[in-house]
Write a protein that binds this ligand. Structure first.
Ligand code: MIC
Ligand code: SF4
Length: 645
């Protein structure tokens, strides 16, 4: 039987388990990446596990999220990460060098290799045929130490692309169409593989836009074949030697197949507050807008920026619209400057930001009250922009630029023939902001700098035999990690300070939650479908741990968050019967007899409510995960394992 692309990569990297769908497998990881908002925790954990030098082929620490630096906190974190990287054998991408996923694609990603990153958009690397996966910082730390990364052997969904995109229809419209077809839950447990004749018509940056936003499908990863386009891109990056061809066998078996006709696609928009709430831009045309933001790891490549520059050239941004542009990397920024396109953007009235995540993670550029913001980003979750009552729409750079000029939603296909963008034979290459680590010998004398904002990591505890506590919070479906642990300019500086961070936990849903959780000494949370979707931030598990949360019961969990809960010793359990969700009320006392015993060896447990309702719960855990939970989390587990050795 033939293999899919992802199966070929897994076959070359599997170190534990069998390639049987739905079972746990361990993979050897070739490369890792971190960004600063999750990186501090990852490196604190690397240090706690006493890993002196990284054992991967390549590990890179990027600074791209917390670059506002409105106090000492971010700068302290940057210096901490820089000194850890030097000492422990990582490359360090300095602030100003760009967004991790864009830079990694340009300078480091390799077809056929594995990459995990402490950021959910790590699958961007699938644009060059690399298996990139988002993970919690602790899992990244383990991989840096040479340990395996565990996932459930994924289902493989094939998206067959036919035809060719029309003028002014972008790669963003392709992934928005896939989101319309599959929804934010449609990719759970799966890798999305793109194939078909249409693939050849898409450049690597276009493919990367599509794989990037596969994160919003809940997918484990997304991947394109590695072909002549991939070779062209790598050669233009001065990395022709990194190319290998990679495609699925003709008789590969897929779990599901969809076809997207690129020629039939029209510009689309994801409407508030979910990336799968899709409408055509045509149906929104004429509605007033207040803000446009172009950039983020989804749409900040040179070709995106050049397209926007050509559309804005000689025009002025509408007086009622504020337009921000953040190029994805120093390479993109430099090349925009070199060819004069930057001058066109500035002349049109764009507000040029540094090459970083910026407004995508609420670091500045929040919209006005009740503002309508069009963004080329990948997430429009409630309040993520920093303005709770704003309406954020996710669109292509083409739609964004056309609308910025018009002052209203504008379908760019009404503008006639699109400008032609020629990609360079060779990108401008200058890695001077990527610092190399100290040699192993020199590293011994180096000290790691730790500012006062860096607080110790809370420790998990072994579970009690019986669990008796309160249901301290009940929430609905599709709760994101932005609900659990919001980001933004006010909160992000505390990513390495869990006690301070805990003051903001779940406040988007319930402003009293942190106080209540503290007063009750913790308890259990009840969620709906797809609990914990979105970001990879392990703070969404660490902070509840700090507040005393012992278990989360939900209808279903998002992959990375479920792994993070287990890593910190919080037990994820699902409702056997979804209708039982209605039988438990917030504030009720609950009891689980034989809680620890269930974790040790059972697949089920029964939760009894104060009113005597008996609710069966399911524990879907591998042996390894049971051991981790019994040890009170991965840090305790790894330490116990290494001292046993
Ligand atoms: C995001 O897009 O939500 C982030 C910020 O990049 C996160 C990581 C984080 O919370 O630091 C992600 O996607 O994993
Ligand atoms: Fe940064 Fe936004 Fe991409 Fe997250 S989604 S990595 S915040 S640009």
């Amino acid at each position: 039987m033939g293999l899919t692309i992802v199966e070929k990569i897994i076959k070359n990297h599997i170190v534990e388990g069998e390639m049987v769908r739905g079972t746990e497998i361990g993979l050897r990881i070739d490369q890792t990446l971190t960004q600063d908002a999750t990186g501090t925790m990852a490196y604190l954990q690397l240090e706690a596990m006493e890993i002196d030098r990284v054992k991967t082929e390549l590990s890179v620490a990027y600074i791209d999220h917390n670059t506002l630096q409105s106090g000492f906190e971010n700068a302290d974190d940057h210096r901490y990460i820089q000194t850890v990287a030097r000492k422990h054998g990582l490359r360090f991408s300095r602030p100003g060098n760009g967004i991790c996923h864009q830079v990694h694609l340009e300078r480091f990603g390799k077809p056929g290799k594995t990459l995990i990153g402490s950021d959910s958009h790590t699958p961007t690397a699938g644009g060059i045929g690399m298996l990139g996966m988002g993970a919690g910082g602790l899992d990244v730390a383990v991989a840096m130490g040479g340990g395996a990364y565990y996932i459930t052997m994924p289902r493989v969904i094939k998206v067959n692309l036919v035809g060719k995109l029309s003028d002014y229809v972008g790669a963003k419209d392709v992934i928005l169409e896939v989101l319309r077809l599959l929804s934010v839950k449609g990719g759970v447990g799966a890798v999305i593989e793109y194939s078909g004749e249409g693939v050849k018509t898409l450049s690597v940056p276009q493919r990367a836009t599509i794989t990037n936003m596969g994160a919003e499908l809940g997918a484990t990863s997304s991947i394109f074949p590695s072909d002549a386009e991939t070779e062209k891109f790598l050669r233009a990056q001065g990395r022709a030697e990194d190319y290998i061809p990679l495609e699925a066998d003709p008789d590969a078996v897929y779990d599901k197949e969809y076809t997207v006709d690129l020629s039939a696609l029209r510009p689309l928009a994801a409407c508030p507050h979910s990336p799968d709430n899709i409408k055509s831009v045509e149906s929104l045309a004429g509605a007033k807008i207040d803000q446009v933001c172009i950039g983020s790891c989804t749409n900040s490549s040179l070709s995106d920026m050049l397209t926007v520059a050509k559309m804005l050239k000689g025009k002025t941004v509408h007086p009622d619209v504020s337009l921000s542009i953040s190029p994805g990397s120093k390479q993109v920024y430099t090349m925009l400057a070199e060819c004069g396109a930057l001058a066109d953007l500035i002349a049109a009235g764009a507000r040029i930001l540094e090459c970083a995540c910026g407004p995508c993670i609420g670091m500045g550029f929040s919209p006005k009250s009740k503002g309508v913001s069009l963004r080329t980003f990948n997430r429009n979750f409630l309040a993520r922009s920093g303005t709770a009552d704003a309406s954020v729409y996710l669109v292509s750079p083409e739609t964004a630029a056309a609308s910025a000029i018009a002052g209203v939603f504008c379908d760019p296909t009404t503008l006639g023939t699109a400008p032609k963008i020629d990609m360079p034979e060779r990108f401008s290459i200058n890695d001077n902001l990527i610092e190399l680590p100290a040699s192993e010998e020199d590293a011994k004398a180096l000290t790691v700098e730790r500012g006062p904002n860096i607080k110790p990591i809370p420790k998990g505890e072994a579970p009690k035999e019986n669990l008796e506590c309160e249901l301290i919070l009940k929430v609905g479906d599709n709760i994101t990690t932005d609900h659990i642990m919001p980001a933004g300019a006010k909160i992000l500086p505390y990513r390495s300070n869990v006690p301070k961070l805990s003051e903001f936990c779940f406040t988007v849903c319930d402003k009293d939650f942190p106080e209540r959780a503290k007063a009750k000494g913790g308890g259990v949370i009840l969620g709906g479908q797809n609990y914990g979707q979105g970001s990879s931030r392990e703070h969404a598990a660490l902070v509840p741990l700090y507040l005393g949360v012992k278990a989360v019961v939900a209808k279903s969990f998002a992959r990375i968050h479920q792994a993070n809960l287990i890593n910190f010793g919080i037990v994820p359990m699902t409702l056997k019967c979804e209708a039982d969700y209605d039988k438990i009320a917030e504030g009720e006392k609950i009891y689980i007899e034989g809680f620890a015993e269930a974790i040790r060896s059972k697949d089920e447990a029964v939760l009894v409510t104060e009113r005597g309702e008996k609710i069966p719960l399911v524990l879907t855990l591998s042996e390894r995960q049971r051991e981790i939970l019994l040890a009170g989390g991965t840090l305790n587990y790894t330490k116990a394992k290494s001292s046993a050795k």
